[in-house]
Design a protein around this ligand. Structure first.
Ligand code: FEO
Length: 175
């Protein structure tokens, strides 16, 4: 069943935010490449790809319901342009994930207020996904704080992230 116009607008804002998340991760990956940390750069780049999968899930949902997905304008948050350390890079990633989580909760509340049952499975998936995404980035931030700018420690974490796959329920994502 087609969703109401006001809810469609909120879903479109979410599509835009997921693409914004992809660009944020891509820029953060570039920043780590600039510091010769290829493991972190690769992890952030794979995360950027995963965000496009997220955007496409919302696009497919709107298309399937005969609504109209529209990608809005994207401006990267100022924090992304001010990365001056590995810690600030992953803190910026965490801040953006928190913003996405809050936006998903808002979307859930709006869908519930409309009695829009058809979007529930998708939004439940995203609520779960955000818990996982925040936990993953938060753990990386905590470990960088423990390392405290120690070169060998950062290189060990870099090597570990090079091996770490992106958790995804999409079989083709993150490859
Ligand atoms: Fe699609 Fe990382 O939130």
């Amino acid at each position: 069943m087609k969703m109401k116009a006001a809810l469609e607008k909120k879903f479109n804002a979410q599509i835009t935010l997921e693409f914004e998340a992809s660009l944020v991760y891509r820029q953060l990956g570039i920043e780590m490449d600039q510091r010769d940390l290829p493991g972190m750069a690769g992890w952030l780049r794979r995360q950027a790809d995963e965000e496009i999968v997220h955007a496409n899930k919302f696009i497919d949902h709107l298309n399937d319901r005969d609504n109209h997905p529209v990608i809005g304008n994207i401006t990267l948050p100022p924090s992304v342009a001010k990365i001056d350390s590995v810690l600030s890079c992953f803190e910026a990633a965490l801040k953006h994930e928190q913003k996405v989580s809050e936006s998903i909760r808002d979307l859930y509340r709006a869908a519930e207020a409309d009695g829009d049952l058809d979007s529930r499975p998708l939004l439940n998936w995203f609520l779960d996904e955000q818990i996982e995404e925040e936990a993953t980035v938060s753990e990386i931030v905590s470990r960088i704080e423990l390392i405290n700018d120690d070169g060998p420690g950062l290189l060990r974490l870099d090597a570990e992230l090079a091996e770490r796959p992106i958790r995804s329920t999409e079989p083709t994502a993150g490859k």
